[in-house]
Design a protein around this ligand. Structure first.
Ligand SMILES: *Cc1c(COP(=O)(O)O)cnc(C)c1O
Length: 434
């Protein structure tokens, strides 16, 4: 039988670099042919051959309700009839801003944009404009989109700033970016002692989903907050992945439960707030947000920002998330997946650790949960690749790289979880002991 995924991939590679419009889709880390998606419904999608998969990517996070949720579909269809884009304001943008602010009270105002990259890049400019400072801290393993200043790896020491991780980024552009180890309090303190008064911001993924699933420890987060306050740097939470995904109030609400009065200064959102459409946002206190054009000197704009169809999709999605019982049910499904996989791995004597929050999870082929990027990278990658392909063959689609998080939607049933755990048990049995 012809593999239609292969045919499409070959055709794609002639007209699109690498055959994909975002690199991780190309399966480079795990090998093999990417699956071209034909359609999706609920917890499943079907590839070009018509094979069904249980989807644990959900478009890398946005599809928290599953695919084709009837209320969301209806809202999008209605909005499309009224027009795709106007370049003039609409009531729906106001409604979406209000809906976001109602759940994330650290923000007084938000601006809507079209991608997480754009939101992170704009938040960075605003924080620099508002503080009049240039230097920034980010952490190894955290991804904040592909703005030049954020494509950085650690330099040779704390006195030196970062090195670009991409060709095309001039070293001068990242000379203000300091890259630190996640969850390392002494290093954080040292960096602030050296550079604190010149720091515009510290940007962090509170639960880092771009190195699989690594939580910032409560003492580490507390110290980030204290040092930012002490030195006048802005604490910027990149919640593009965790926002409305790990809890209705986002990851900051999870930390606020552990650290009384905790809140970040600014928040970056994306993924779930668009429900699968290109939509993202950044926000913070009124006095900071009013530094943005047209009320302030920090420039920021977008032809498709606050797009009427995307905002309809986001609003309909957020509405479902605030229904009673939604988070209990979602968390229970995610937990049963994590518990099932852990038990299956234990039975097969495979080193395994896993964690989850709300509808987001991560697992490692390591005996203990790693606390930073270097530890994540000690994970057994040939084994992960075998696991990935074993699951894929059995109709279970997880992220095609060991440093990516996983996502469960409200459409995943206990039967889907049981099928997944059964598939994993079969694959674990073939992985061999260490
Ligand atoms: C996905 C992601 C981004 C980038 O968002 P895009 O919409 O892909 O540009 C930024 N930060 C985090 C934490 C993300 O997970």
């Amino acid at each position: 039988m012809t593999d239609l995924n292969q045919t499409l991939f070959e055709r794609a590679a002639k007209v699109i670099p690498g055959g994909v419009n975002s690199p991780v889709r190309a399966f480079r880390a795990v090998g093999g042919t990417p699956r071209f998606v034909q359609r999706a419904q609920g917890a499943y999608f079907w590839d070009a051959n018509g094979k069904r998969y249980i989807d644990y990517i959900g478009s890398w996070g946005p599809m928290i309700l599953g695919h084709g949720h009837p209320a969301v579909l209806e809202a999008v269809q209605k909005a499309a009839v009224d027009g795709f884009s106007f370049g003039a304001p609409t009531e729906r943008e106001v409604e979406l801003a209000e809906a976001i602010l109602a759940q994330v009270p650290s923000m007084d105002m938000v601006r809507l944009v079209s991608s997480g990259t754009e939101a992170g890049m704009s938040a960075l400019r605003l924080a620099r404009g508002a503080t009049g400072r240039s230097k920034i801290i980010k952490f190894e393993g955290c991804y904040h989109g592909h703005a030049d200043a954020l494509l950085v790896k650690a330099g040779s020491g704390l006195a030196t700033f970062g090195n670009p991780t991409s060709a095309g980024v001039p070293p001068e552009v990242v000379q203000h970016t300091l890259v630190l180890e996640y969850n390392n309090i002494p290093q954080l303190e040292e960096a602030f002692a050296l550079h604190g008064k010149e720091l515009a911001l510290l940007m962090i993924e509170p639960i880092a989903g771009n190195m699989n699933f690594v939580r910032a420890s409560v003492p580490f987060m507390k110290r980030c907050r204290e040092l930012c306050t002490q030195y006048g740097a802005l604490l910027v939470f990149d919640e593009v992945m965790t926002g409305f995904r790990v809890a209705l109030g986002s990851a900051q609400s999870v930390y606020a439960k552990e650290i009384p009065g905790f809140k970040p200064d600014m928040t970056v959102l994306g993924k779930v707030i668009g429900g699968g459409m290109p939509l993202a946002a950044f926000g913070g206190p009124r006095e900071i947000m009013q530094q943005l054009a047209p009320t302030g000197p920090v420039y920021q704009a977008g032809t498709l920002s606050g797009n009427p169809v995307a905002t309809a999709c986001g609003l309909a999605t957020l509405k479902e998330l605030s229904k009673p019982g939604f988070w209990d049910a979602l968390s229970k499904t995610t937990q049963s997946l994590v518990d099932g996989l852990s038990a299956a791995a234990k039975k097969a004597d495979i080193p395994f650790s896993a964690d989850c929050q709300g509808g987001m999870f991560g697992f490692f082929l390591l005996p203990e949960l790693p606390q930073n990027y270097a530890k994540v990278m000690t994970s057994d990658s040939p084994r992960f690749n075998k696991l990935f392909h074993g699951l894929l063959d059995r109709g279970v689609y997880i992220a095609p790289a060991l440093y990516e998080a996983g996502f469960v939607s409200a459409a995943h049933s206990e039967a889907d979880i049981a099928e997944t755990v059964q598939a994993a048990s079969e694959v674990f049995a073939t992985l061999g002991k260490t």
